[in-house]
Each structure stands twice: as structure tokens, then as C-alpha cells.
Write a new protein. Sequence first.
Length: 218
Amino acid sequence: MRVLIADDQPLLRHSLATLIGGAPGLTVVAEAATGRDAVRLARELAPDVILMDIRMPGGDGIEATRDITAGAAPSVCRVLVLSMFELDEYVYGALRAGASGFLLKDAHPAQLLDAVRRTHAGESLFAPAILSRLVEHYVDHPAFSAAGHLHQLTARETEVLTLVGRGLSNTEIADTLLISVKTVKTHIGSLLAKVAARDRAQLVITAYEGGLVAPRVT
């Protein structure tokens, strides 16, 4: 799995490169200090996953993400945004730009490595606090109407969508339903088509909008 790291802080880039490069099955193909460099290197090297900082000189991470994902198939390159901030405008901006996930820089190293692998596998991933706010935002201000398509789903697809809404990974869904990961991926693909969702993040919102998962009361 080939990873590109984009961050304007040399020490952080080095730390991330050391962590990722030392993990089994992962390799760092390049580092970028600006948004423009990230776009250029993404086009030249076609990495599998890009760890993208938001605040960078020479074009921020959101602009770079938009340029990288524009017109590209989701399987070509996926962007996982890393930020010190969980400001709403950053989260929504990153999603609109085509990011597959949003993780805070205070995440545990094991969480980061898991996030890279899950992003590569096509699983949108968000820090828990961000996911909660994301859901609240889209339930209050839905950007698309997908819940009305739930009647098209099979019983098994509804089960899978519910578990996606609860934040389970493909492997966890497979273990819960006693089916293979390949079958889970098939159901996910069918769900994306039936509810006209762009990605897994919108499937989570659909599960909430459709009443399959209820927001937690704190």
C-alpha cells in the first residue's frame, strides 16, 4: 500500500513517515510540504492513500483534495485528512472536496495505521467526535435525500446499512452477520447504488435519516 504524506511541518512528516514506513504492508512513496506539491506528487506517483493536512501554504489541503479527486475513480486514490482542528467548516469542506475520512492528529498511532488501511479498503473513517457532529449536521441540514430509498433495500442490505451507521468496519460487519467480507463489500456496493450515495459517509447519514440508527444522547 503506497502512501503520500502531505503536511507543512517537517518533524510531523518525518514522524508519520517513520510510523507508516515501519508498518507491515505500508510504504511511504513521497512527502509534500504544500498543497501544490501534494497535487503534483499525487498525479506523478498515483499513491493509494494520501494523508492530507488542511492548513498548508501553496494551496490548502481542501483545495488539494478537490484537485486530486476531481474526475478520478474512487479506487485510484483516497484522501484521509489529518488535522489539529475539528472545526465544522473543515470537516464539511473536506467531504465536499472528496475526502474519504477525517482524523485528528491526536489519534493513537495504531488508530492512524488502521485508518490508512481502512481508507484504502474503501471505508470512510471519522474520529468519533467528528462523526457525531457530521451526523447532526446532515440530519439537520440534509445535503441529499436518500432515506426515501430505504424501501428498495433487502432485509440483509438493511442490516448492513444499520451496522455501517453504527461505525462498524467491513470485517466487524462480516463477523456480526456471519458472512464473508467479500459479501459485505457486495452489499455496500449495492447500497451505494440504491440510495444514490457517493460514499460510505453518506451511507452513515442515510442510516440516521432513515431511523435505523438513533443519535446517542449525552
